[in-house]
Design a protein around this ligand. Sequence first.
Ligand code: IPD
Ligand code: CA
Ligand code: CA
Ligand code: CA
Length: 273
Amino acid sequence: MAELETAIQAAKEAGKLIREKVYVSKRVDRKSSAHDLVTEVDKASEELVREMILSRHPDHAILGEEGVAAGVEASKQALEEHRAYEALWVVDPIDGTTNFVHGFPFFCVSIAFARNQEVVAGVIYDPMQDDLFTAEKGKGAFLNGERITVSREKTLPESLLATGFPTDARGVRQVNTEAILKLAPQVRNVRAAGSAALHLACVAAGRLTGFWELELNAWDLAAGALLIQEAGGHVTDTLGRPYDLGVRHILATNGHVHDDVLQALKEAGSTGF
Ligand code: IPD
Ligand code: CA
Ligand code: CA
Ligand code: CA
């Protein structure tokens, strides 16, 4: 599929740019709060991806994080304005900006392509590990060209879960803390490494059993959701409804532990609804 090739090319080029800038000083601006940062590299990465997409697919629409005003309401509105396009790209030019700013090497580029609101191609590139995760609807998920599948854990005590704390919705951080307090004693362990998209790629590759987070955006989730579906996993919102581009409260697992995590989130009052 031409779009998958474009996404791969764009993610690798953007990743190269990001990798070159990670340990040098860069301009950091605040968006909605001190938790919500953007650098010149986020903007340059998005620009590079946009230009590459439009040079090859001039009539396609692009929803990119840095093209949208800060804050939850503006993000929701931007999705509503874009989702009806027949051919839509959904781009996170750096997922894990806080890590990038601090030099903590866990961030990625996430690029998804949706046709008629269905994600049909997804690429996540981790420039520090040179890990390229790719998926095309109905054709499986791959890491550096090798087929990947979700992990096999069947129960919570065997599970390694990950979560995260949204940058621009502070009340939700408190709500999610309740979920961690509930789940941590029941599972093998919980991680929160600061890149939703890269956590999702890890679920697809069987490196994590599952991931949940509240108040994410389409650009955090679209590529990772397809990767997990194509790797045999399960992706829903935190009430168990199927993934679509509008989902903000996500649960993505290997499938086996999905219901148990849903139940724990419900009991903790951490579904975000
Ligand atoms: C953020 C990261 C982080 C998650 C936040 C996201 P950004 O994306 O995915 O892990 O906790 O909710 O906003 O701003 O670094 O692209
Ligand atoms: Ca951001
Ligand atoms: Ca993001
Ligand atoms: Ca970002």
